[in-house]
Design a protein around this ligand. Structure first.
Ligand SMILES: NC(=O)c1ccc[n+]([C@@H]2O[C@H](COP(=O)([O-])OP(=O)(O)OC[C@H]3O[C@@H](n4cnc5c(N)ncnc54)[C@H](O)[C@@H]3O)[C@@H](O)[C@H]2O)c1
Ligand SMILES: O=C(O)C(=O)C[C@@H](O)[C@H](O)[C@H](O)COP(=O)(O)O
Ligand SMILES: [Zn+2]
Length: 364
């Protein structure tokens, strides 16, 4: 497909820094200089070990276009979201004399866009970042919206900053090498967008599972674009999560606790899948969601091959992890729940026995 067939999804924040385009299409690398802008001279390309060839291609294209481009190769997946990895990137930036008018480009899945975004947010108190997400999850969620961060021993994304990118290039060609199981875990966030805002997403998946899990299909492209639009619309209104942005955290309170309990051996999307079913059970239990809509969570996620249950014997660890969720206020745990498909809301839970009861519905 020619670059001309690209779809532009705008994020329109309240400042120039929080206003940018998400470009979706194929063969988009040529657009990178335009997103970086005229003042940028040096670019640090951050990529995981597993995507060295792609990182090198991006570096070479930038050099060809006249930039001074260097790469920083980081550990794969969640191992990259570590303070020592950020320190390594800061060192590379320092050793190569990066100034405030220079930039970071991330090439990889959500772990890389989170780490690279955090490095850009903190170097000299903030330099430009452009994301080139290569996983489905990175494309539909992590690269958009400006949340950046790293994990600590106590939990997921506990340190970070809001730092919107200068632009995002969603090149669907990158999905050609993505393993199927990684594509499927990315679909958990797509399903989340369906439940909180765009039921057509659910209908597309339920209507043709084969197409929904086919990296080259028009259905997958529509799912990508619809999910990005959901996120772009919400973060345009509420960058710093002072209100509506919390809805994007549907399924994440338990999901992040599972990731921690599993020492990050589970993919984020898999943990969010279980978290979505839990949040639906909670919504049903407090009388806010119908049986049909709650059951639909389990059926659509199961049909994609995503997990919908978790170990009964891990409840204490999960509760501990959930207390450190960023939506908590003091001792009060807060959850995103649904009042129907496309109708998210918040639930404050002072009594953890309710959570335990909901957990019984997903415990295996
Ligand atoms: N900032 C946000 O708003 C936000 C939103 C959602 C998720 N996240 C974060 O994103 C992370 C999860 O992202 P993820 O699922 O992409 O995981 P990931 O970045 O760990 O990537 C998953 C695996 O796929 C590989 N990979 C990526 N692209 C590939 C390609 N094109 N070909 C072959 N292999 C490829 C990676 O190297 C890795 O092994 C989590 O850390 C999560 O917290 C952040
Ligand atoms: O963009 C958001 O806001 C989200 O909550 C999207 C989530 O899918 C994403 O996993 C995010 O990183 C979670 O953020 P956290 O604030 O709970 O760490
Ligand atoms: Zn997520």
């Amino acid at each position: 497909m020619a670059p001309d067939d690209a779809t532009i999804i705008p994020v329109t924040g309240s400042t120039t820094e929080s206003t940018y385009d998400v470009v979706v299409g194929r063969g988009l690398l040529g657009r990178l200089p335009e997103l970086l802008g005229e003042r940028v001279r040096r670019v640090l390309v951050i990529h995981p070990r597993a995507l060295r060839a792609t990182g090198d291609t991006v570096r070479d294209e930038l050099a060809e276009a006249g930039f001074t481009a260097v790469t920083a190769e980081i550990p794969d997946a969640e191992e990259g979201k570590h303070i020592q990895v950020a320190a390594f990137c800061w060192q590379v930036l320092g050793q190569n004399d990066f100034t405030r008018s220079d930039a970071v480009v991330t090439v990889g899945g959500g772990a890389v866009t989170d780490l690279g975004g955090f490095v850009a947010a903190t170097w000299l108190r903030g330099v430009k970042v452009v994301h080139l997400p290569t996983s489905l999850l990175g494309m539909v969620d992590a690269a958009v919206g400006g949340k950046t961060g790293i994990n600590t021993a106590e939990g997921k994304n506990l340190v970070g900053a809001f730092h919107p990118p200068a632009g995002v290039l969603v090149d669907l060609d990158a999905l050609g090498t993505l393993p199927k199981n990684e594509l499927v875990t990315g679909l958990a966030e797509v399903v989340k967008c369906g439940f909180i805002a765009d039921p057509a997403i659910l209908e597309l998946i339920e209507g043709d599972i084969t197409a929904a899990t086919d990296a080259g299909s028009p259905v997958l492209r529509e799912l990508v674009e619809r999910s990005i639009r959901v996120k772009a619309e919400i973060v345009s209104e509420d960058l710093r999560e002072s209100g509506r942005r919390e809805y994007l955290n549907y399924g994440h309170t338990l999901g992040h606790a599972i990731e921690l309990a599993e020492r990050y051996s589970w993919r984020h999307g898999a943990a969010v899948s279980v978290g979505l079913v839990f949040a639906a059970e909670l919504s049903r239990m407090v009388g806010r969601l119908s049986d049909t809509d709650a059951d639909r969570h389990r059926s659509v996620l199961e049909s994609l091959g995503l997990p919908v249950t978790y170990r009964r014997d891990r409840w204490a660890a999960l509760l501990d992890g959930m207390r450190r969720d960023k939506k908590s206020r003091g001792d009060l745990l807060r959850f995103v729940v649904l009042d129907g498909v496309g109708r998210p809301g918040m639930l404050e839970v002072p009594d953890t026995s309710l959570l335990f009861a909901a957990y019984q519905e997903i415990a295996s």
